[in-house]
Design a protein around this ligand. Structure first.
Ligand code: DGY
Length: 336
């Protein structure tokens, strides 16, 4: 890596100074000032002489950007997911990629559970109803929702966030099922969770919550067939990645009331298009990818992203390196 002082870092969005200052003390830092992501041509131009990039999940770092960035040695992504980065290309070029796991786990789980509760008890719909002046009386049949206590929660993916949602579900007296590529026997025993196949989970759950990374295997993991296995009273929650769900199929199932409701924080296209048909439905809550958006967590993520980057600039393996298998080649490519 260039001597630290000479290292050039491009940061794709303004971050709190508490996070960025330590970086600015040791490297030449350029920060994209816009509220929206830098356009692809800006990203390409900025990457051209950068030793390091600090990116967000909204920045697509593809082969073309890496090809235009001969000095690039590390990409620090301020997110746990890194599906915005062409990992194969980064590894081929011995560019380290880092992420921010752990720090956002509980905040994200809190939000997934908030969506679950809001969808179950129709909180957003009820707020609209009140503001529209439709509240005329207490009615025995008005805005009836579903109970969360004693219901069955099905978690697709029992990674960090999935496990935290499981704990919240148990705290609410729910039966908790999960499906994952890996069985977690210790957690099953400790928290009283049951492992089942995906089909059984979909058929038995009142609430299905997704906690999978976006990969070729999880793309459209929930499509027509999977939705058709769910109960007509079931609710789907997605705080993972939009493309884990076939959005067109979801629209059909919600419209035809073949599942009761959905609550999604992520969408196949982000930001969601203004003419997205899902927006016209009453039985879905849609939030703008904010599951990790608490003051403390976002600061923690920014600091973690900077720490990862600083370690790489010092020639050390960053604490949260995603492609550790390239470390030897990365070291060999460091100047000096
Ligand atoms: C992540 O870190 O991948 C989350 O989606 C950000 O909220």
């Amino acid at each position: 890596m260039a001597e630290m002082r000479e290292a050039k870092v491009f940061v794709t969005r303004e971050l709190p100074s508490a996070a960025l200052d330590p970086l600015a003390e040791v490297a030449t830092v350029r920060v994209w000032p816009g509220e929206l992501p830098p356009p692809p041509d800006v990203l390409l131009a900025e990457a051209a002489d950068a030793d390091a990039l600090l990116t967000l999940l909204t920045d697509r770092i593809d082969a073309a950007i890496m090809a235009a960035a001969p000095r690039l040695r590390v990409i620090s992504n301020m997110a746990v997911g890194h599906d915005n980065i062409d990992m194969q290309e980064a590894s081929r070029r011995a560019i380290l990629v880092t992420n921010t796991p752990g720090i956002l786990t509980e905040t994200t789980a809190d939000f997934a559970f908030a969506l679950l509760l809001a969808a179950a008890r129709r909180v957003v719909e009820a707020d609209r109803y009140t503001r529209q002046g439709r509240w005329q009386t207490w009615g025995p049949q008005i805005l009836l929702g579903q109970d969360v206590h004693d219901a069955t929660l099905g978690l697709v993916g029992l990674g960090r966030v999935g496990l935290e949602v499981a704990k919240r579900g148990r705290g609410f007296g729910m039966r908790v099922l999960y499906h994952d590529a890996i069985r977690r026997l210790k957690e099953e025993r400790r928290y009283g969770l049951a492992y089942v196949e995906l089909e059984q989970l979909l058929a038995e759950s009142d609430f299905v919550s997704l906690h999978v990374p976006l990969t070729a295997e999880t793309h459209h993991l929930i499509g027509e067939r999977e939705l058709s296995l769910m109960k007509p009273t079931a609710v789907l929650i997605n705080t993972a990645r939009g493309a884990a769900v076939d959005q067109r199929a979801l629209w059909r199932f919600l419209k035809e009331r073949r599942i009761a409701a959905a609550a999604i924080d992520v969408s196949e296209q982000e930001p969601i298009a203004p003419d997205e048909p899902l927006l016209a439905l009453e039985n879905i809550i849609i939030t703008p990818h904010i599951a990790s958006a608490s003051v403390a967590t976002r600061l923690g993520m920014a600091k973690m992203a900077v720490d990862n980057l600083l370690a790489a600039l010092r020639g050390q393996v960053p604490p949260h390196c995603v492609n550790r298998e390239v470390v030897r080649r990365w070291r060999r490519a460091l100047p000096g």
